[in-house]
Design a protein around this ligand. Structure first.
Ligand code: GLY
Length: 386
């Protein structure tokens, strides 16, 4: 079964690489978020450069570099990374999404080339992220206040932050200073306690009292409503806890990742295509392909971690039958096949890969292309192809 999946994933990646050869030339000077009539937009201007998704195009260029070895992808990725320096120098633009911005860009660059400037950027971002920790509530503050009559967000944490924690783990591994990982683990412990429900579904936003640290309430956030199950939040959760386990070895994180993953898998519709929220009404049947791509990559992460554990403890009774991760592999392959057969735009005149991505259930617009969907689609396929 896995051999068949591997060959399939390699073939799909070859097709994507062919398309990206053209797209990367057209969009070499941009930092895209979405497409308008098939053409990437550009978020590198001063008013948009702080947007949380601005690391993914650089990350896609590193993916293409790893797949092809072609230097021109490296050049585009490095130019995105340099553009993000404006964000590092702007306290108001720096929020908890530093992981999303500097893991795909600077940490990748440093991993692949050893560039000390990239290490420096990633460490600055990690220090800023660690500085957002609220000691009373043991959580990392998500967003800043944007002025006007908006809500007081000082006590808000969101499930997405689980995906930013690997920047802190990386910083500890890189500097041998445990403070970053300690901060990440405290946040992960709080998230396991306050975000993950008994059935494995997760809250998007949790508000804490900034002085006492007590949990105040949860919000539906980008999902359908309070107590619902925003699918991208589920995906961030299962993937994020898996990564916390990868970096710390704390078994509770893997168990939590599996609990969220099991809930996700149990709710995958017959079509294999993922709605914006597992609790949304039947109509309108809005989809979010990003949730499918992120979940697929996270499920493959869990599967890989279980495989590694099994090898480590071969001969011991610790891993019972069923803990080899087969169900996670099968679910990931199912999601990826549904996406590539029905939701990828294979026309190489169009700049995007995934169609039908949705940022938030209650937004005005639904079902368009979003850059991080493409990034996680490629990432998941690269894992499956290994
Ligand atoms: N991190 C925000 C989102 O997933 O839309």
């Amino acid at each position: 079964m896995h051999e068949e999946d591997k060959i399939w994933a390699r073939n799909v990646l070859a097709r994507i690489t062919e398309k990206m050869e053209k797209v990367s030339v057209r969009s070499a000077d941009k930092i895209p978020y979405t497409t308008e009539n098939g053409v990437h937009d550009d978020w590198s201007g001063d008013d948009k450069i702080g947007w949380w998704t601005n690391g993914f195009w650089g990350g896609m260029m590193w993916q293409m570099y790893e797949l092809t070895g072609q230097e021109r992808y490296k050049a585009v990725a490095e130019s995105v990374e340099r553009k993000l320096d404006r964000v590092l120098m702007d306290a108001q633009s720096m929020d908890h999404d530093s992981g999303f911005k500097w893991l795909p860009t600077s940490v990748n660059n440093y991993r692949l080339t050893g560039d000390p400037a990239s290490r420096n950027r990633a460490l600055l971002a990690a220090n800023n992220l660690a500085g957002r920790f609220n000691h009373a509530g043991q959580f990392i503050r998500a967003w800043n206040d944007w002025g006007g009559n908006g809500p007081d967000r000082r006590g808000w944490a969101i499930i997405d932050c689980m995906m930013n924690l690997p920047l802190l783990y990386w910083a500890s591994e890189e500097t041998k200073d445990p403070r970053f990982a300690q901060t990440a683990m405290r946040h992960a412990d709080t998230a396991a306690r306050c975000f993950v429900r008994e059935d494995g579904s997760v809250n998007h936003i949790v508000e804490f009292d900034v002085d006492s640290g007590e949990m105040v309430r949860s919000y539906g956030g980008q999902g359908y409503g309070d107590g619902s199950s925003w699918t991208r939040g589920q995906a961030w959760g299962l993937y994020g806890f898996a990564q916390s386990f990868r970096h710390t070895g704390k078994r509770e994180y893997l168990d939590t990742a599996m609990r969220i993953a099991d809930y996700f898998i149990a709710h995958i519709p017959e079509s294999g295509l993922i709605p914006v929220d597992f609790c949304q009404p039947a109509e309108p049947a809005w989809e979010d392909s990003t949730a499918a791509a992120i979940a697929a990559s996270g499920l493959l992460e869990i599967r890989q971690l279980l495989g590694e554990k099994k090898k480590e403890s071969a001969g011991s009774a610790e891993n019972g039958p069923g803990e080899d991760g087969r169900k996670y592999l099968e679910a990931a392959a199912r999601l990826l096949r549904a996406l590539t057969e029905r939701r990828v735009n294979w026309d190489d005149a169009a700049d995007n890969l995934l169609e039908k991505c949705t940022a938030a259930y209650h937004d005005k617009n639904h079902e368009f292309s979003i850059i991080y969907g493409d990034y996680y689609l490629i990432e998941a396929l690269m894992k499956l192809a290994l």
